[in-house]
Design a protein around this ligand. Structure first.
Ligand code: 8YV
Length: 332
């Protein structure tokens, strides 16, 4: 009897969904380890044909070098900066991600964060819970409007377009910047206008970051970029922490150069820069933008389908639904 392929599941996900793998593979389920170090990942990959991983698992040259049998890596998540896709693909290892299924949930959350920053919702709650609300105050905790303001979207991929769609209900003017301009009919559908990066910074009342993280986008929102924004503006990041220079952001928020920010992602997460934690005009959430129960289940379902197909099994053998094709345009 031929040996069954073996797959590694890097985190406890949803057992009822992951168990579909048992029909085709021997499954090695990692214990409840949220952050595997390089040695642990390399050891886990040594014996397996495939892996189901999350953003907590970085898979690069070194891990691949110690994984002679590896043929497929299914990432749970649309962003895949945790994977060295070039290294995987040059070894003929199929890499997949989970686009589309999380678009609307993530766009909802981006909008919620933007509103929370603009209307100072979490700051107000801290004020109340802290016993500082001593009486109704006409000028207390005044925020900025979303409706009829100018929304700036950096990264006009699926999630960026989801945010643009929501913005139309708020009568916002939508400006975007992207690696490449969208076709006129798509721009028209969202009433979105393409502008260069500097114009986006200068004109946005609320700027949302929804672009992939790469060496090219590392710290593109730095002190110089923040200095181009309106002092009344807000910045929301639901992409990856490394896109923003957090020290520069803390400085801008602390000095009144920028009104407010909302971050769901951090450069050194789960560690958060104490300079950000010390500020009141920032909303901080622990990377939960895609975190509705149904969407997280849909992500795992798609990742499992991808892994089965990428390893040549199941109804879509050899044709995983969402393989990663090196990105040449847009956000995610
Ligand atoms: C996930 C994300 O929580 O999809 C992404 O890119 O950042 C989140 O939706 C994460 O990727 C899970 O691995």
């Amino acid at each position: 009897v031929a040996e069954r392929p073996r797959v590694w599941v890097s985190q406890p996900l949803f057992d009822d969904i992951v168990s579909r793998l048992h029909a085709y593979f021997d499954v090695v389920q990692a214990p409840d380890v949220r952050e595997h170090d390089e040695a642990a990942i390399a050891a886990a990959l040594r014996e397996v044909d495939g892996a189901l991983v999350t953003l907590n698992e970085r898979i690069g040259e070194r891990e691949i070098a110690s994984a002679p049998k590896l043929r497929a890596v299914a990432n749970v998540g649309v962003g895949y900066d945790n994977l060295d896709v070039g290294a995987l693909q040059s070894r003929g290892i199929v890499a997949t991600n989970t686009p589309d299924v999380l678009t609307e949930t993530t766009a909802d959350f981006g909008f919620a964060l933007m509103m929370a920053a603009a209307r100072r919702i979490t700051e107000s709650e801290r004020h109340l819970r802290g016993g500082k609300w001593t009486g109704w105050n006409f000028k207390g905790l005044l925020g900025a409007d979303l409706h009829r303001s100018t929304l700036g979207i950096l990264g006009m991929g699926r999630i960026g377009q989801g945010i643009a769609k929501r913005a139309s209900g708020f009568d916002m003017q939508v400006l975007y910047h992207n690696r490449s301009r969208l076709p006129a009919d798509v721009e028209g559908a969202y009433k979105a206008s393409y502008v260069d990066f500097d114009t986006l910074l200068a004109r946005a009342d609320h700027l949302v970051l929804v672009l992939p993280y790469s060496p090219q986008t590392h710290h593109i929102v730095d002190a110089a970029a923040l200095a181009k924004m309106k002092p009344t503006a807000t910045l929301t990041n639901i992409a990856r922490g490394g896109i923003v220079d957090e020290a520069a952001l803390a400085e801008a928020l602390g000095s009144g150069r920028l009104a407010a920010a909302a971050l769901d992602v951090f450069e050194g997460e789960p560690a958060v820069d104490p300079r950000l934690l010390a500020l009141d005009n920032i909303v901080l959430t622990p990377h939960i933008a895609s975190g509705s129960l149904s969407t997280r289940r849909a992500m795992v379902t798609l990742a499992v389908d991808n892994l089965i197909a990428a390893l040549g099994a199941g109804p879509d053998a050899g044709r995983p639904p969402t393989p990663i094709v090196p990105v040449t345009q847009g956000g995610d």
